[in-house]
Ligand binder design. Structure first.
Ligand code: ARG
Length: 457
């Protein structure tokens, strides 16, 4: 039975029916559909558009349907056209004529525009909670390794000394921005389209603020055409989620590198890595690889949403039914990735000795060596040149700056003295990088405290 049956004489082709349906994916919005309908029914009663007794009956009926679906005693009929049709049909079969009054001053166009906002608001909250959980794990690890020296890289070449804690907190900054972007999108999305009706509002004396407030939205949308045809929030959220995936994917790439034999900076816990069916020695970082791979899905979802919307005339067009699978998939994917990624990070074993060895062999204190000469009064360019020659000499002799004897230093530049060994000590090099935002352990500890203060759960 279709809601729009009156106009048609012959039966709908099964092909059209299958092609047209959205129940397969919008049934997950049943809660939000019912919440929206309850708010709408109450407003109809408050405004005297239907009898109060009838609106009360409708609300009670809708609550019953929600409870029955939650309890598993009412199964959603997958033959219904969409979730809106199913709920209204079920209400009418329970209440008879009274149920038929629910759709007064409403259309599925403003109904679906509301449902998806309510549903995505919940998805956004679950996602930010997962991001906060990851942030708190990152803070814990960063605290533990706030003084663990490792090489910092540019061009994937060892560059200057940092700590593992500082490196982890770089990701924390990215995930903090991600939370901000999601919250920002949610704030803009939190206006109620209800009352836009099909596209042109209604002649009934509805109260749009009444429904908006009941649904915890701060206002109603200001134009009925825009109310039913705006899907900016899907795009904004998909873009924010795409950036989450960019960050997770870059992090995954580093995890994969770090657990290779070439780096061996970390080892993943057995519970979060997999083996090979043929090579007995293998321990693979599959979670990190899958997260890196799944980023493509989310970028695809964003592209799909932009493409669906770009050529649509106002107001509602059926193309917009395609919004749901894309944005649902983006949220499902990001939540799944975060759920696996966080415990993988939490349980990884950090091999600080290997990090320190890599730092010691990489001449990453060469800048500090040059700075030492500068502090003795030499212009930086000259100090840079002498230090470059010193590095070349070390390579020739198979030494590091730390192990090179003073005679070699002096042979290249008279101004070197014993003090240079302290100046190039890795812990000191890192410890003195106290410039705001720099890797000194003191900075890291202070930043962890700041981040923890921002977390809400
Ligand atoms: N299933 C539809 C969607 O997801 C609901 C809105 C239908 N409106 C309409 N005029 N056919 O977009």
């Amino acid at each position: 039975m279709k809601l729009w049956q009156g106009r048609f004489q012959s039966e709908l082709s099964e092909i059209t029916d299958d092609f047209n349906q959205s129940i397969a994916f919008d049934s997950r919005m049943y809660k939000e559909d019912i919440e929206g309908s309850i708010a709408h029914a109450r407003m109809l009663g408050d405004c005297g558009i239907i009898e109060r007794t009838e609106s009360d009956k409708i609300i009670e009926g809708l609550r019953g349907i929600l409870a029955d679906i939650d309890a598993g005693t009412l199964l959603i009929d997958m033959k219904a056209e969409d979730i809106h049709t199913f709920v209204e049909g079920e209400l009418t079969s329970r209440l008879g004529g009274t149920g038929k009054r629910l759709h007064t001053a409403r259309s599925r166009n403003d109904q679906v525009a509301l449902d998806i906002r309510l549903y995505l608001r919940r998805q956004a909250e679950e996602t930010t909670n997962l991001l906060e959980r990851l942030l708190s794990v990152l803070c814990g690890k960063a605290e533990q390794y706030s003084a663990a020296v490792m090489p910092g890289y540019t061009h994937l070449q060892r560059a200057q000394p940092i700590t593992f804690g500082h490196h982890l907190l770089a990701y924390a900054q990215m995930f903090l921005r991600d939370i901000g972007r999601i919250e920002d999108a949610v704030r803009r999305m939190s206006v109620s389209p209800l009352g836009s009706c099909a596209l042109a509002g209604t002649t009934y004396p509805i109260d749009r603020l009444n429904t908006a407030m009941a649904l915890d939205m701060y206002n109603f949308s200001r134009n009925s055409l825009d109310g039913v045809s705006d899907r900016d929030f899907c795009v904004e959220l998909a873009a924010a989620l795409s950036l989450v995936m960019v960050h997770l994917s870059r992090f995954s790439e580093e995890i994969i590198l770090w657990c290779s034999w070439e780096f061996k900076f970390i080892e993943l816990d057995d519970a979060f890595s997999t083996g090979s069916s043929i090579m007995p020695q293998k321990k693979n970082p599959d979670i990190a690889e899958l997260v890196r791979g799944k980023s493509g899905r989310v970028f695809g979802d964003l592209t799909a949403l932009l493409t669906v919307m770009k050529g649509l005339p106002l107001a509602y067009n059926k193309d917009m039914q395609e919004d749901k699978e894309a944005i649902f998939d983006a949220f499902d994917t990001v939540k799944m990735c975060l759920t696996a990624f966080t415990p993988m990070i939490e349980t990884m074993n950090v091999l600080t000795e290997n990090m320190r060895n890599a730092a010691a062999k990489g001449f990453i204190n060469a800048t500090d060596c040059a700075d030492y000469l500068v502090k003795q009064g030499m212009p930086f360019r000259d100090a840079y040149k002498f230090t470059g020659e010193l590095v070349a000499r070390c390579i020739e002799l198979g030494e590091t700056l730390e192990s090179l004897p003073m005679s070699e230093y002096k042979a290249l530049c008279e101004q070197f003295d014993e003090g240079v060994y302290e100046a190039i000590n890795l812990d000191k090099c890192v410890g003195e990088r106290l410039s705001a935002g720099g890797p000194a352990p003191e900075n890291t500890i202070a930043e962890i405290a700041r981040i923890k203060g921002l977390l809400t759960c």
